[in-house]
Design a protein around this ligand. Structure first.
Ligand SMILES: Cc1cc2nc3c(=O)[nH]c(=O)nc-3n(C[C@H](O)[C@H](O)[C@H](O)COP(=O)(O)OP(=O)(O)OC[C@H]3O[C@@H](n4cnc5c(N)ncnc54)[C@H](O)[C@@H]3O)c2cc1C
Length: 480
């Protein structure tokens, strides 16, 4: 029987941080995720990836509290995990009439305890960001803003927890929860996990999970954010996230570099009824229209990918804390932006609250996770030595991103074995370059099929999405 002290539902960034931090305390934890991988189904896989400084949250809110604290925690954790975390700073920019708006944000930031804020004039802005448009007159610079890869961060947190004894159950969509004699029985089909404490980190599924256990009713709203991702040739147009002044709908449509060197423009804010991530022509037009007045030289002909993420709100603020109706049931809900920035501090709160309520901690020797080999980042002598040991590190599979067969096999042998092409893509970036997988997908299918000893036809991109539908010619990679 699968007995745990704590069960967590949802392996987004909040669930992953909670999983990692509780495991560090020597607590027996099980993380249950509906998708085939960490961050498969929620907001963490598609967002702006900014660890916001915390100036635009209303003072006194949970958002303000956790954002500023979470921001201060990121760099150290990233260093431990071997994750990218670039302290780029960020800018909110405005035209000649925007100074009052920027001052309001500055004052909120001071009230929230954000260090390193400064209002800059046109000359100072041009020195920092030469490609800002000539109509920009003022800017609020926030020194502590950072960029990360949210899903890579979550995967690394889960991998580290797993090598230290945490249990992750993938393809585990919780569909029934009972409580008998103080123990939760958390079911997915015929499978059951038993735990004393249960934490709801289910993102868009948070209301459903509360309903399954008879906890507080949650009213959630969904807002889609569409993005246009530009090629790496455009990645140095700006060096930090460039925001417009925020509106009632959110932080606005921005331009930013990514940790992988691309340029990202978005997100839109479209209210939707059900969770879906299509990108509309209107969304793309709006992105072009809103970003062009801020940054000169944006070249949308260099777009390589369109995608969207969904913000989940539950009122104006985060919902974080024990249920008042179901003892030992903990709720995180409405974790919209700045949820990524806030997540380590939210997880710390969960740990503190559980310990305060009687959960016992134990001393634990903590093993560090070994980051995956990054062939593109090796010196020639290092690479040659590696190829000498394993020639697959000299076999390029993804030409755009320079990913080798050796690296792919390394992630397939990792603590969480990716079951889909998307799982490999998230960890290593094959199919994420200029050609978006046109060249490397067939080789990836073969590598995965060989690794799992399955028919290439059974290799999926994500979920149940097949990659090979039928044979088109003799000698192709699939013959039936
Ligand atoms: C467009 C956009 C831009 C954003 N930009 C930023 C930003 O720059 N900075 C920032 O700080 N924040 C940003 N955010 C917010 C941030 O992405 C979220 O706050 C954060 O990712 C929420 O993480 P989570 O773990 O709560 O939820 P999620 O990432 O949604 O994870 C929930 C998980 O629960 C799983 N699940 C659901 N139901 C079940 C079930 N029944 N059984 C098992 N598992 C289940 C899902 O599959 C999913 O993997 C943005 C959000 C969006 C949409």
């Amino acid at each position: 029987m699968d007995n745990f002290e704590v069960g967590i539902i949802g392996a987004g960034i909040v669930g992953s941080f909670a999983f990692n931090m509780l495991t560090q305390k020597g607590i027996k934890v099980c993380l249950m995720e509906a998708g085939a991988d960490v961050c498969d189904g929620g907001a963490t896989k598609a967002n702006s990836a900014i660890i916001h400084a915390g100036y635009d949250c209303i003072p006194g809110t949970k958002k303000a509290f956790y954002n500023v604290r979470g921001n201060a925690m990121y760099e150290e954790i990233a260093k431990r995990l071997g994750e990218k975390c670039y302290k780029t700073g960020s800018l909110v920019v405005a035209g000649k009439d925007g100074l009052d708006g920027l001052k309001e944000l500055y004052n909120r930031g001071i009230a929230n305890g954000v260090p390193g804020l400064k209002i800059l004039n046109k000359d100072e802005l041009k020195k920092l960001e030469p490609n800002l448009s000539d109509d920009i007159c003022y800017g609020l610079y926030a020194k502590t803003a950072k960029l990360v890869s949210p899903y890579n961060f979550a995967i690394s947190l889960c991998e580290e927890a797993i090598i230290n004894g945490g249990i992750l159950k993938l393809n585990y969509k919780v569909d029934k929860i009972c409580k008998n004699n103080g123990i939760f029985e958390v079911k997915s089909g015929k499978n059951a996990v038993f735990c004393k404490y249960l934490i709801n980190c289910a993102g868009a599924g948070c209301a459903e999970i509360n309903k399954l256990i008879g906890a507080e009713k949650l009213d959630i709203t969904l807002t889609k954010g569409e993005y246009v991702l530009l090629d790496k040739t455009e990645g140095s147009l700006v060096s930090m996230p460039i925001f417009p002044l925020p509106t009632a709908k959110g932080k606005g449509i921005l331009v930013l570099p990514t940790v992988s060197g691309n340029l990202l423009c978005g997100p839109t804010a479209r209210d939707i009824k059900t969770f879906e991530t299509s990108v509309s022509p209107e969304g793309v037009s709006e992105i072009k229209e809103k970003t062009t007045p801020m940054v000169s030289g944006l070249n949308f002909k260099k777009a390589i990918k369109l995608y969207a993420g969904v913000r989940v709100k539950c009122g104006q603020d985060f919902v974080i804390g024990f249920s008042k109706k179901v003892p030992n049931f903990y709720i995180t809900a409405g974790i919209s932006s700045p949820g990524l920035a806030s997540s380590p501090a939210i997880a710390q709160q969960i740990v503190d609250d559980l310990i305060k309520s009687g959960l016992k901690v134990r001393q634990k020797t903590w093993k560090l996770r070994k980051p995956y080999t990054n062939v593109a980042g090796l010196y020639k002598t290092e690479l040659n030595a590696l190829i000498e040991k394993n020639s697959k590190f000299g076999q390029i599979i993804c030409r755009c991103e320079g990913i080798t067969e050796g690296e792919i096999e390394e992630v397939l042998n990792g603590p969480i074995k990716p079951l889909t092409i998307e799982g490999i893509k998230r960890r290593l970036r094959p199919t994420m370059g200029r050609c978006q997988g046109s060249f490397c997908t067939p080789s990836l299918i073969n590598i995965v099929a060989n690794f799992y000893k399955i028919d290439p036809k059974d290799v999926v991109f994500r979920g149940k999405t097949p990659l090979i539908v039928s044979k088109i010619k003799e000698g192709g990679i699939y013959e039936n």
